[in-house]
Design a protein around this ligand. Structure first.
Ligand code: 3AT
Ligand code: MG
Length: 335
C-alpha cells in the first residue's frame, strides 16, 4: 500500500531509478583496480611463503564480498596452522618481513580487538590490513558474495546504503554506529523479507557447502547459479527498495522486541536470545544476528546516544525519499 502511494506521489520514479543506478555504477571498482589488488596479494603471498611455506592468504571483507566500492582498502587473512602459535609474535614477525620489502607504513597493531598488520603498497597505492586465522570472516565473506550473485538488486541497494552511511557519518563502529558488514546483513535480510521475496535464505536450504570453524558449523546452499531467477516475481526497482528500506528502519522495525536474522531469513525475538537487557557493554538497542556466530549481535556497538543518531538518520532518509524533489543529492549530503 505504501509503495503504491509512493509511486503516485513520485511521478518522477523512473528518473529517480536512473539516478540511483548511475550512482551505483559510479561506485563500482574498475577492473584495473581489481588487477592491482591481485598483484598486491601475489606479492604478499610470495613474502609470507618464504617464512611460512604452509601458510595461505585469503582476501575477505569488501574487496572479496562484492560490496566494495572503488578505492577501498583490502582486508587479508593469513591462515597458518601452528598449534602453539602466538598471534602477537606472528604479527611482529610478519611486520618485520614486510618492512624489509619496500612496503610503506608497516605497523603491527597487536593490541587491537582484531590484531592486524597495516601497510601501504607504494606501487599500487593500496592500503591493506592483515589479520591472522580469522577464518569466520573468510566464510562470512563467501556467504555475502554468494547472496550478491542471486539478485543484482542486493548489490545496488547495499552500495547505496553504504554510500549513504559513509556520507552521513553512521558507518563508524568506534562512534557507536554500524559496520559495513552490519549494513550488508540488513540489506540481505530486507530482501529476504520482501513479498514476493527477492532473496532466499541460503542457510535454511540443503547445505552444499559446509565447514566447521572455531567450533561453529557454517553450512549453506552455495550453488547460487541455480537461483538466478529467484527474485524475478518481484518487480520492485532500486528506488522503491531504497525507499522501503529506510522506511522499514525508520517506522517499521520493532526495536524493542525484534532481532533481524539472515540465518533464518526472518525476524526473531530478543527474548529468545536473551538480548532484552544490557550485559556488560552490549545494550542490544538494535539487534542484528551474525549469521554464524549467533551469540554475536552486530548492533552491540550502538549505545543510547548513537541509537538516536542512527534512528534520526533513518527517519531523515525516509522523509527525503518521500518528499524531497532531489533525493539523490539530499540523501548523500555530508552531515
Ligand atoms: P568497507 O568497504 O571496508 O567499509 P567491509 O565489507 O570491508 O566494508 P568491514 O571493514 O566492516 O567491512 O569488515 C571487514 C570484514 O570483516 C567484513 C566481514 O567479513 C568481517 N567482519 C567485520 N565485522 C565483523 C563482525 N562484527 N563479526 C564478524 N565478522 C566481521
Ligand atoms: Mg574493509
Amino acid at each position: 500500500r505504501n509503495l503504491k502511494w509512493m509511486m503516485e506521489c513520485r511521478s518522477d520514479i523512473d528518473r529517480l531509478n536512473a539516478s540511483f543506478l548511475e550512482i551505483y555504477e559510479s561506485l563500482i571498482p574498475r577492473e584495473e583496480e581489481k588487477v592491482k589488488q591481485k598483484q598486491l596479494l601475489a606479492l604478499l603471498e610470495k613474502l609470507v611463503c618464504k617464512e611460512w611455506p604452509e601458510a595461505r592468504l585469503y582476501l575477505y571483507g569488501s574487496c572479496a564480498n562484492s560490496f566494495g566500492v572503488s578505492k577501498s582498502d583490502i582486508d587479508v587473512c593469513l591462515v597458518i596452522s601452528d598449534a602453539d602459535l602466538n598471534k602477537s609474535e606472528v604479527l611482529l614477525k610478519l611486520a618485520d618481513i614486510l618492512q624489509s620489502d619496500n612496503l610503506q607504513n608497516v605497523q603491527a597493531l597487536t593490541r587491537a580487538r582484531v590484531p592486524i598488520v597495516k601497510l601501504k603498497d607504494p606501487a599500487t597505492g593500496i592500503s591493506c590490513d592483515i589479520c591472522i586465522n580469522n577464518v569466520l570472516a573468510v566464510v562470512n565473506t563467501k556467504l555475502l558474495r554468494d547472496y550478491a550473485e542471486i539478485d543484482e538488486r542486493l548489490r545496488q541497494l547495499a552500495f547505496i546504503v553504504k554510500h549513504w552511511a559513509k556520507s552521513r557519518g553512521v558507518n563508524e563502529t568506534y562512534q557507536g554506529t554500524l559496520s559495513s558488514y552490519a549494513y550488508v546483513l540488513m540489506c540481505i535480510h530486507f530482501l529476504q523479507q520482501r513479498r514476493p521475496a527477492i532473496l532466499p535464505c541460503l542457510q535454511e536450504m540443503e547445505a552444499t557447502y559446509s565447514v566447521t570453524v572455531d567450533d561453529v558449523e557454517c553450512a549453506f546452499f552455495d550453488q547460487v547459479e541455480k537461483l538466478r531467477n529467484f527474485g524475478s516475481y518481484n518487480k520492485e526497482t532500486i528506488a522503491q527498495l531504497v525507499w522501503a528500506f529506510f522506511s522499514y528502519w525508520a517506522y517499521g522495525h520493532n526495536y524493542a522486541n525484534s532481532v533481524i536474522s539472515v540465518r533464518t531469513g526472518s525476524i526473531i525475538s530478543k527474548q529468545g536470545k536473551d538480548w532484552t537487557r544490557r550485559v556488560g557493554n552490549d545494550r542490544h538497542l538494535i539487534c542484528i544476528e551474525d549469521p554464524f556466530e549467533t551469540s554475536h549481535d552486530l548492533g552491540r556497538v550502538v549505545d543510547k546516544f548513537s541509537i538516536r543518531v542512527l534512528r534520526g538518520e533513518f527517519e531523515r532518509a525516509a522523509e527525503i525519499m518521500q518528499y524531497d524533489p532531489n533525493p539523490c543529492v539530499t540523501l548523500f549530503e555530508p552531515y
